[in-house]
Design a protein around this ligand. Sequence first.
Ligand code: ADP
Length: 311
Amino acid sequence: MNEIKIFSPATIANISCGFDVLGCCLDSVGDEMVIRKTQEKGLKISKIIGEDLPLDIHKNVAGVAALAFLEKLNKDLDFGFEIEIYKKIKPGSGIGSSAASAAGVVFALNELLNKPFSKLELVEFARKGEELACGQPIADNVAPAIYGGFTLVKDTDPLKIIELPNLDNLYATIIHPLIEIKTADARAILPNKIKLDDAVKQWANVGSLVHALHTQDYNLFASSLTDYIVEPYRSKLIPEFEKVKNNALKEGALGCGISGSGPSIFAFSRGNQIAVNVAGAIKHIYKETNINFNIYISKINSDGLKIIDAK
Ligand code: ADP
């Protein structure tokens, strides 16, 4: 194989009760990437379409993740690689734009080189890219992109990822108000200490959400999607958050919360029709403001990254 074209999915991290640990993978929202072997040795990003992002491999998360992969491979290859990125996920949207590039490139390299690394090792390389984007080697977006479905970051040092089952008919509606929230601001607004009462409710929810996924229990899943710790602070940074959440729940959504560090808001629904209804019920909220937005509906993707073409 000399060239591979992949779909690199968007992801939802910080799923309500699961701040920094629970993520899931989307299906109809994502970037495309082409990675091909070149006669010239080394690594370069030859093309980025759709967004103004650095071609410099040390400044682009795709380059940094690929370098981590090649360094660990530690082989003197007699060819090099070039990367093309077709960006559809807006950087800073909160649905894993940087993670899609970081996870995508290491997945593609692994395929081109006959899979020398495990999924866990790919997450390790991809999180080096995330470190460039947000200062910390977070894994809660790159893990669901690589494993698919729902993932739990059990530990970061050493890294341990738990693959969780998906609900069989689960859809997400995502609304992305086109405002900028700096990840640093979204972190700075969080308290250093939390109340024990809140912590108890939160970890009960994480446990019951995991159980709900294992037992296909939509009611338990819905009742676990409450965040007592982060959302009360971060939601203040997102205009109309409460209205969006109330309308989504009224329309039958199972739950609604902040995707990543925002500004995107996700709502989960059982089945496509409810997800479509939720989209209809929330988009008029931003239409009544001067805030532009994008809206997406996607099934939760159990497979993660996908090969579109290989030659
Ligand atoms: P998101 O939550 O949508 O991934 P992040 O804040 O994590 O947003 O990442 C966006 C940051 O990463 C931006 O500063 C962007 O310039 C930088 N970046 C570097 N390379 C890429 C890339 N290939 N794709 C997306 N963002 C990138």
